[in-house]
Design a protein around this ligand. Structure first.
Ligand code: MG
Length: 169
């Protein structure tokens, strides 16, 4: 019996707000009364997605590849991180089947930007829109997210790798 080698990875990230004029979420700049604090552009959605992709082939996490202590990533566009993770997946023969990102925040509203985010991920990953999911929820005003102190993101990626899943894995 033949078993396809389908692997799933997840990723999670949080960034806090600080004074500013826009947030980057899933590759889209959204005007807002605050920005997200971080070494790069602090795109919490893309950071979670990077970790999810790396997880499908046991390639560590975003901090392994882009240490926050490295000054070259100051202010970097997080699409660089996603592209790097996708390159590692491809080099190992992987084909991304789908990605799913959930953004958790009270503000800004994600709905009006969902199509742009889907397009951004489609461009970044060379993946059709039907294989990309962007979801959003509030935290029902509970906890640090509910108090509007930051944004969290959860991502899942499924990748089909070549060969088959054997008894030895
Ligand atoms: Mg991060």
């Amino acid at each position: 019996m033949w078993f396809p080698d389908v692997r799933t990875g997840n990723g999670y990230d949080v960034h806090s707000f600080e004074p500013g004029e826009a947030v980057w979420l899933c590759g889209v700049e959204i005007p807002h009364s605050q920005k997200l604090n971080g070494h790069s552009d602090a795109d919490v959605g893309l950071h979670a997605l990077t970790d999810a992709l790396l997880a499908t082939c046991g390639a560590g996490d975003i901090g392994t590849h882009f240490p926050p202590s490295d000054p070259q990533w100051r202010g970097a566009a997080s699409r660089i991180f996603v592209a790097h993770a996708a390159k590692i997946v491809r080099e190992r023969g992987g084909r991304i089947a789908n990605v799913d990102v959930t953004l958790i925040c009270e503000e800004p509203k994600i709905g009006p930007h969902r199509a742009a985010m889907t397009q951004a991920l489609s461009d970044m990953l060379a993946l059709s829109a039907e294989r990309i999911s962007i979801k959003a929820t509030t935290n029902e005003r509970l906890g640090f997210i509910g108090r509007g102190e930051g944004i969290a993101a959860i991502a899942t990626a499924s990748v089909v790798y070549p060969g088959e899943l054997t008894d030895r894995g």
